[in-house]
Design a protein around this ligand. Structure first.
Ligand code: NAP
Ligand code: GLV
Length: 310
């Protein structure tokens, strides 16, 4: 039986090497060289792979997302019926995302947008001293990435709150849940961070109504998915000076078209979906573990719940 890899060619080679280093007996097929369809038992794939194509493999038993998010695997037509999907929860992914969020929290907190603009204009002007203990950070999503980022930000001395579907309890984080919890958190948030999965419930959550509920002058950091943000509403809030700046790593569509207003917006900082990149050598052990579990009929780790979409 064989494992099908489908992602960018240079990544496929790295995944193949990492998987074989852990289990030399694995038979690896790199898409589109799949070999006989009935030999494929597991697929490790990313957003470029057409889920409809996976219906070709009669003995497929497991689909592994090459990243933390699974929205790309669940959108229509979705995985073949009855086939479980697992995702990555990986220390290198959580570390990178924590760094990216902290980088942008510090950028906004330390008035970096203003100082860059001043440097361009050759202006020597000291701005008011920022006070860490008074800059409140609110995080949408307290899962693997959100809870880790919350801990990193709290360790620097920022007051941190977070919002999840179910009530959580985390050290140094004021935890909120549900619709009322969201409202309460937004009212006390100076830097809003989005680390939610993209699901039917969370698509478009960062819209005019939500942005109106954070205090004037708040910042937005989105490291989750472009589909969380209603772009026209964010641009309007930026242009009205209600939102003072946005750091965006994810967009819809990707790559972001060259004519999109974000590219040249003076108060938008962009990265090309690079906040947290899967490192195959780090993530491969859980894929091998799940292949063994699948073969042995054991419970899978990091299993996606189709009813919630994450
Ligand atoms: P996760 O562990 O599944 O955590 C998701 C969190 O969101 C959980 O706290 C969950 O609440 C909360 N949540 C989900 N739906 C909600 C809702 N309707 N209302 C309130 N809270 C809700 O996911 P993760 O591993 O942290 O990853 C989060 C996302 O980051 C991924 O799905 C992916 O899209 C994105 N990502 C981006 C990059 C990048 O490079 N930009 C890299 C990796 C991941 P509960 O705790 O109550 O379940
Ligand atoms: C990247 O976006 C991921 O979901 O891992």
């Amino acid at each position: 039986m064989a494992v099908l890899l489908s992602m960018k060619p240079h990544l496929m080679a790295a995944w193949r090497d990492s998987l074989l280093a852990l289990d030399p007996a694995l038979e690896i097929r790199m898409f589109p060289d799949t070999g006989p369809a009935e030999e494929i038992e597991a697929a490790v794939c990313w957003s470029s792979h057409d889920m409809g194509e996976l219906r070709r493999y009669p003995n497929l038993r497991l689909i592994c997302s090459m990243g933390a998010g699974v929205d790309h695997l669940l959108r229509p037509p979705g995985p073949p019926p009855g086939i479980p999907v697992v995702r990555l929860v990986d220390v290198m992914l959580t570390t990178q995302m924590g760094e990216w969020v902290l980088l942008n929290v510090l950028r906004f907190h330390r008035q970096d947008l203003e100082y860059r603009a001043q440097q361009q204009a050759r202006v020597w002007d000291e701005l008011d001293a920022p006070i860490t203990a008074e800059r409140r950070v609110g995080i949408l999503g307290l899962g693997a990435l959100g809870s880790h980022a919350a801990g990193m930000i709290a360790a620097v001395g920022f007051p941190v709150s977070g919002w999840s579907r179910r009530q959580k309890s985390l050290p140094s984080v004021q935890c909120f849940a549900g619709a009322d919890g969201l409202d309460a958190m937004l009212r006390q948030t100076d830097i809003l961070v989005c680390l939610l999965p993209l699901t039917p419930e969370t698509r478009g959550i960062i819209n005019a109504r939500l942005l109106a509920r954070v205090p004037k002058g708040a910042f937005l950091i989105n490291g989750a998915r472009g589909g969380h943000v209603v772009d026209a509403d964010l641009l309007a809030a930026l242009d009205a000076d209600h939102i003072a700046g946005a750091a965006l790593d994810v967009f819809e569509p990707e790559p972001l078209p060259a004519e999109h207003p974000y590219w040249a917006h003076p108060r938008v900082i962009m990265t090309p979906h690079a906040a947290s990149i899967t490192i195959p050598a780090s993530a491969a052990p859980q894929v091998v573990d799940n292949i063994r579990r699948s073969r042995g009929g054991l419970p899978l780790i990091n299993l996606v719940d189709f009813s919630t979409g994450y």
